[in-house]
Design a protein around this ligand. Structure first.
Ligand SMILES: [Zn+2]
Length: 206
């Protein structure tokens, strides 16, 4: 085991000095600024990103995949250059608490996940994640320090090679919708998605 994967090699009290290059205070402030509040899942996400970034070649151009729509997309967007908008972050709606970063050319990377077998060591985090205790009994003042205290001890991380979801989405040809006259990607068909009946709105008359 090397320094990266051996938890015993970290500071004796188990805590890391910095997470994603931030002190814990700065980390929490960044999370609040982006996400609106300090979500426990986002703090765990930051720990995942931190661990993977430590293992990866810092010069690699890393793309990201998250396996849930909740919290983890924001951890990637705050602490890596990958965003939904630039296409370097893919979100799988699987509701699994895991994320991966990988070299987009070599397709090698790491996946970090919340490890249920290790969660037994941190009952507050376990009860929050498994929803076995009401939220009111697990306020942020309890949960956030418990997560920071546990650090990587509640996670696992493994090297991976990407076999799916690593292709960046190409933009299609642009056409003009013959019904509404708006520009749209012809990839969706001979008229725009709204005019095919997929619209999410009705026009409100003024
Ligand atoms: Zn149209």
């Amino acid at each position: 085991m090397d320094r990266h994967t051996d938890p015993a090699a970290r500071k004796a009290d188990g805590k890391q000095d910095t997470i994603c290059g931030c002190t814990p205070e700065t980390l929490l402030r960044k999370i609040e600024g982006f996400h609106g509040f300090i979500a426990p899942g986002l703090v765990i996400g930051a720990l995942m990103v931190d661990w993977i970034q430590e293992l990866m070649d810092p010069m690699a151009e890393a793309d990201a995949v998250v396996e849930t729509c909740h919290c983890l997309p924001d951890a990637v967007q705050i602490f890596t250059p990958c965003t939904v908008g630039n296409g370097w972050l893919k979100i799988l709606d699987w509701d699994q608490f895991a994320l991966s970063l990988y070299d987009r050319f070599k397709l090698h990377g790491y996946r970090a996940w919340l490890d249920l077998t290790k969660l037994q060591s941190s009952p507050p985090v376990r009860d929050w994640y498994m929803r076995t205790r009401p939220k009111s009994e697990l306020p942020g003042e309890v949960l956030i320090p418990a997560i920071l205290n546990a650090g990587r001890d509640i996670l696992s991380c493994a090297p991976i090679h990407m076999i799916r979801f690593h292709h960046r989405k190409k933009k299609g040809e642009i056409g003009v919708c013959p019904v509404c006259g708006e520009a749209y990607s012809t990839r969706v068909g001979d008229r725009c998605s709204s005019c095919q009946g997929e619209g999410y709105y009705q026009i409100v008359e003024p």
